[in-house]
Ligand binder design. Structure first.
Ligand code: SF4
Ligand code: SF4
Length: 387
């Protein structure tokens, strides 16, 4: 059975607002028929990534509001939410700076795991190889339905970030109430903190600055310490270290399996047919929105996809990006990539199919999909000349 992925292109050739991308998103939401997933009075988590200080290429609030408006039209009660990545009150400030407020999103903007990032409910993962239990952020756990909005882009560890990663990493709290590692279990093997390699270190202190919980203390040329009990195992320090002096002890296959197992935990908290996924293939930059920067896009904006299958939508998103011509003045040009290819995988030196294959094994969905292109916003059946 093929999963349906509805798609609308980012191209806009007709000078009429109904062909603008925000209004095309409305049409996509009509096509998928939200009423099949959301009932009146359902409390609906609209899961998003708020971005970081400096990572501004997040989903624009105008699209978030189209989603919350559509939910409200059928009687649902949406709230826009993410889990703690840096200290929550600061993260909410950054969310506002990146444009996500109650006013702009048309719904309350809240932390799914509370002010301290420790508000989660333990969930067992059936047939898991590694993550047999993980806490799911409480506001997601208790929500009746969820709409997952994912900014599709590259990722240094996973190759790309889309729907699966958004729920797996993004649906769980960093620490438990007792202060034990929760999301950190996903980023490392056996809950280890990053390993410091003294010979490579230039004592630049960038890792200390980027750590969200001040777990690193450096006194140049003398002391380098990571406090194990404080560290969230988020891997930010290892990612930004230009000298390769910090090693997050995990291989891609293991990380991908962890993410899939956590995604399975998050999805298991919903009844069937209560979660849908919207991927925004726009400002497709090489790295995650967690980083303290956003680089120029590596391919042009492609459009928006919507599906109830996280595997199908991520596979369809990758496929369309892989057919696009890489852009000059981007990380693609830096690597001499000129022709269409698995550009996010090549840039991040990762196998982008791996997580999809694992997600299929765990029955999160299928890579087998059919694209239904939504080209117009009115409801007549007449052909429209798009040129
Ligand atoms: S960022 Fe890397 S090189 Fe700089 S102090 Fe940290 S470990 Fe050393
Ligand atoms: S992994 Fe690194 S950046 Fe993340 S909390 Fe631990 S020390 Fe800080």
């Amino acid at each position: 059975m093929k999963s349906k992925v509805y798609f609308t292109s980012a191209r806009a050739k007709i000078w009429d607002v109904k062909y603008s991308l925000p209004l095309k998103l409305e049409e996509l939401l009509n096509k998928i028929d939200l009423k099949k997933y959301i009932s009146g009075k359902d409390k609906v988590a609209v899961k998003i990534h708020f971005g970081s200080l400096g990572a501004f290429r997040t989903i624009r609030p105008v699209f978030v509001k189209k989603v919350t408006d559509a939910i409200k039209r059928i009687g649902g009660k949406p709230f826009v939410t993410d889990t703690t990545r840096i200290e929550s009150l600061q993260y909410l400030d950054i969310a506002a700076e990146n444009g996500f407020t109650h006013l702009t999103c048309g719904a309350p903007v809240i932390m799914a795991d509370g002010v301290f990032g420790r508000d989660g409910i333990p969930v067992k993962v059936e047939d898991a190889k590694y993550i047999k239990e993980i806490e799911v952020a409480s506001a997601i756990y208790y929500a009746d339905a969820m709409v997952v909005l994912s900014h599709f882009k590259g990722h240094i560890q996973a190759g790309f970030g889309g729907a699966i990663k958004n729920i797996g990493m993004g649906g769980v709290n960093p620490k438990t109430r007792e202060g034990k590692s929760n999301r950190g279990k996903l980023h490392s093997v056996d809950d280890k903190v990053p390993k410091w390699i003294k010979e490579k270190c230039s004592w630049c202190k960038q890792c200390e600055e980027v750590c969200p919980v001040s777990a690193i203390t450096i006194i140049p040329k003398e002391i380098y310490e990571i406090k194990e009990d404080v560290c969230w195992r988020c891997g930010r320090c290892a990612r930004i270290c230009k000298k390769g002096a910090l090693d997050m002890p995990i291989a891609q296959e293991r990380l991908a399996t962890h993410i899939v197992e956590a995604s399975k935990a998050v999805l298991s908290t919903f009844k069937p047919n209560k979660v849908i996924f919207i991927n925004f293939l726009m400002e497709i930059q090489p790295e995650c929105d967690c980083m303290p920067i956003a680089d120029t896009p590596v391919v042009n904006d492609q459009g928006i996809m919507i599906s109830d299958d996280p595997v199908a939508i991520d596979k369809a998103s990758l496929d369309i990006i892989n057919k696009a011509t890489p852009l000059p003045q981007s990380a693609a040009e830096d690597l001499g990539i000129k022709s269409p290819c698995d550009v996010l995988g090549v840039i991040n030196r990762k196998d982008t199919e791996l997580i999809l294959n694992i997600a299929e094994e765990y029955k999160l969905g299928t890579k087998n999909y059919e694209i239904i292109e939504v080209r117009r916003r009115d409801d007549t059946n007449e052909e429209e000349n798009w040129e």
